[in-house]
Design a protein around this ligand. Structure first.
Ligand code: XMP
Length: 510
């Protein structure tokens, strides 16, 4: 890729990934590295951003980045901890703050500078820190203040080094993106040419070069990541991409047939494998969530391996891994550590498959995957699908799984999800689904007493699934959905709505 790159050094701030996203929204490619694992190929990066941190620069174990080859050499923007780090260790002073420095504040300018271009006086910024910069480092020149924070933005004279106490990456900093653009485009001369179209063109070329005439197998899940990965590979190698879409019997109602048809309509070389019976067999008698996950993971590997073996001379396994799956960040407690999340789309295929791996989306965030999909004219309904867990309805049926329970939950889920679509609420919700509880309760239908199942509905707002808030769905909608479920789905006489957020609850119940 011949694009200017920006290096973001992570000091463990909860907002580091947001910095990368904002930079990428400016069509500039950025990568995050832990502050203590600075890449050796620094020449490839046109500018550097230092993140915030939960750590204090005054602490004995304050994080010390090795800025040789960066500071004074490349344009550098230091955010929050970064700004305090520069001050504390380069001739300034940082002390514990005795005023509230959390939340909204308004900027007032002290000095005109290209860094502040198009930022309005009084612009709202987001503060989140407990130490404060008492005096600037050597050659520091104050650019802007807020009511409570005098040294809110400064630069170092004689260098292209800028520092800000607030967080430009969070949406509450209303001109944050403009500020990043001023620094990156105007000051650091970074070329903002990293667009979804450019990504598609270059990725397709790179895939063709890497794969040549070899064959690739890919497990489609019906979700956004594997579908976009498949489209990119399809553009690159056409019929040499063999997609396998496994029905584990735990998908949503009609999902297997509907999505399979959709894939075929996209021109993908896809084989649908209905292995429902095999999965349900593997689950018999299992109630423990982790055992259920394991059984499903193992069954998937067996089925996938068997199918992949039917393709002659396949060399590569493609996966829909995305950037947050592989990103390494700094843990706030216990010092810097690698917290690499394991990728669970494909359940981690074992080495015995002896296939080389290709992951065309591994540099992208989820919203970028969607933008790339849109630039390939993929169906917005497919791109906007809610996340759905690999083990499917098995982890939404609490306790053991039977075909009848799957049927009930598929019906309930369909009423709920179709209802969300009909009410125009589907796209306002990050993820939604129904949970079949291991509870029977008494009801009365007609003149008869019933003793039937209870289901819970769950709808959450989130950006990445790490934290989530329950959604305040309109009462009228809940009322109608509850009526529809109880009237239409045999075996259910009670509906409840889950009003727990994550944390402390999780999105799935198991
Ligand atoms: P939790 O329940 O941990 O879920 O709040 C966070 C997100 O991850 C999804 N999830 C899974 N996805 N395999 C998956 O592929 C799993 O075992 C799994 N468990 C949870 C969940 O649906 C939510 O989007």
């Amino acid at each position: 890729m011949q694009h200017d790159k920006v290096l973001i050094l992570d000091f463990g701030s909860q907002y580091t990934q947001l910095i990368a996203r904002r930079v990428r929204e400016l069509n500039i490619y950025s990568e995050i590295f832990p502050f203590n694992k600075i890449p050796t190929n620094l020449d490839e990066y046109k500018a550097v951003i230092l993140s915030g941190s939960p750590m204090s620069v005054r602490s004995d174990d304050a994080f010390h980045p090795e800025l040789k080859g960066i500071r004074g050499v490349k344009p550098m923007l230091a955010v929050c901890y970064g700004a305090q780090y520069l001050a504390h260790f380069s001739g300034g002073e940082v002390a514990e703050s005795n005023t509230r420095e959390y939340g909204r504040a308004n900027l007032s300018f002290v000095e005109e500078d290209a860094f502040l271009k198009n930022i309005s006086a009084g612009s709202q910024v987001w503060m989140s820190h407990s130490d404060t910069i008492k005096s600037l480092p050597t050659n520091g020149k104050l650019l802007a203040s807020t009511h409570d924070v005098k040294n809110a933005a400064y630069k170092i004279e004689g260098e292209t080094t800028y520092a800000i106490q607030f967080h430009p990456e969070v949406y509450h900093s209303t001109d944050g993106k403009q500020l990043l653009e001023n620094f990156l485009v105007d000051i650091a001369n970074v070329n903002p040419d990293w667009t979804p179209n450019a990504f598609v063109g270059e990725t397709v070329e790179a895939l063709q070069e890497k794969i040549g005439n070899d064959k690739v197998v890919l497990g489609l899940s019906g979700g956004v990541d594997s579908s976009v990965a498949a489209m990119l590979l399809h553009k690159a190698i056409g019929e040499n991409l063999y997609c396998i879409f496994v029905n584990n019997g735990l998908l949503r109602k009609n999902e297997f047939t509907d999505v399979l048809e959709q894939y075929k309509g996209m021109g993908l070389n896809v084989k649908g494998v209905d292995a429902s019976a095999r999965f349900l067999d593997a689950l018999v008698g299992l109630s423990d969530p982790e055992l259920k996950r394991k059984a499903i993971g193992n069954a998937f590997i067996e089925v996938f391996d068997q199918e992949a073996n039917l393709i002659e001379d396949v060399t590569y396994l493609a996966q829909g891994t995305i950037y947050p799956d592989i990103i390494e960040s700094v843990s706030a407690t216990g010092g810097p550590s690698a917290t690499i999340k394991s990728h669970h789309n494909v359940g981690g295929l074992p080495d015995f498959m002896k296939l080389k791996i290709v992951e065309p989306l591994k540099a992208l965030f989820k919203d970028e995957v969607r933008r790339v999909g849109a630039s390939m004219d993929m169906d917005p309904t497919l791109l906007g699908r809610h996340p759905f867990p690999g083990p499917g309805l098995a982890i939404r049926i609490l306790g053991d799984i039977t075909a009848e329970k799957v049927r009930i939950l598929q019906e309930v889920d369909a009423v709920f999800i179709n209802g969300l679509r009909d009410a125009g609420l589907y796209d306002k919700v990050w993820q939604a689904g129904a949970i079949l509880l291991p509870v029977n309760s008494v009801g009365v239908m007609g003149d008869e007493r019933t003793y039937e199942k209870c289901v819970a509905l769950r709808a959450v707002e989130s950006t990445d699934g790490m934290t989530a808030d329950w959604v305040n769905l309109p009462y009228e909608f809940l009322q109608k959905t509850s009526n529809d479920i109880i009237n239409k789905v045999k075996g259910v006489n009670r509906v409840v709505y889950d009003i727990s957020s994550k944390p402390p609850a999780t999105i799935e119940w198991e």
